[in-house]
Design a protein around this ligand. Structure first.
Ligand code: GDP
Ligand code: MG
Length: 149
């Protein structure tokens, strides 16, 4: 007989979530964690910290040279960040879906950015959260923010 591995086992994955300084300042860290847990994802690590310029440079290397790069890095250095690793079936696309579109003005109602994010014509979109966008990004970013995991 044919042996088929359970599909679910193959899609259990981990993602890196950041509650950015706007979210921490506005007291929305718990609201973000609530939505992640309510969706059924498991928290693996949660740590409130100041980001270092070195970690941010590596984290946002793909955006170096873009007009919003320096404002973005300065914004990410402007206050505490809640760094989170969450686990679950399809959590990488699943959290991106919970977060909503990058631009908070365009993000759909029901999403974190759509319900709570702000874009006041600032130099950087204050869109509350980061979520890894692929398995490769997740592995790289978890290694960067949580080297012990
Ligand atoms: P994400 O994966 O949805 O977070 O979006 P990106 O990886 O493309 O961009 C990283 C972050 O840079 C976003 O979350 C925003 O905070 C900021 N950002 C991206 N694109 C723009 C832009 O066109 N204008 C401004 N002001 N900020 C941007
Ligand atoms: Mg991104």
């Amino acid at each position: 007989t044919e042996t088929v591995a359970p599909a679910v086992a193959e899609t259990i994955e981990r993602t890196l979530i950041l509650v950015k300084p706007d979210g921490v300042r506005r007291g929305l860290s718990g609201e973000v964690l609530r939505r992640v847990e309510a969706k059924g994802y498991t928290l693996v690590a949660v740590d409130l910290r100041d980001a270092s310029p070195e970690v941010l440079a590596a984290h946002y290397a793909e955006h170096e040279g873009k007009p919003f790069y320096q404002p973005l890095v300065d914004f990410m250095l402007s206050g505490k960040i809640l760094a989170v690793v969450a686990e679950g079936q399809g959590v990488i696309p699943g959290f991106r879906s919970l977060a909503g579109a990058t631009d908070p003005t365009a993000a759909a109602p029901g999403t974190i950015r759509g319900d709570l994010g702000r874009d006041w014509g600032l130099k950087v979109q204050q869109n509350l959260v980061h979520g890894s966008d692929s398995p490769e990004s997740a592995a790289r970013e978890i290694g960067l923010w949580f080297p012990s995991l």
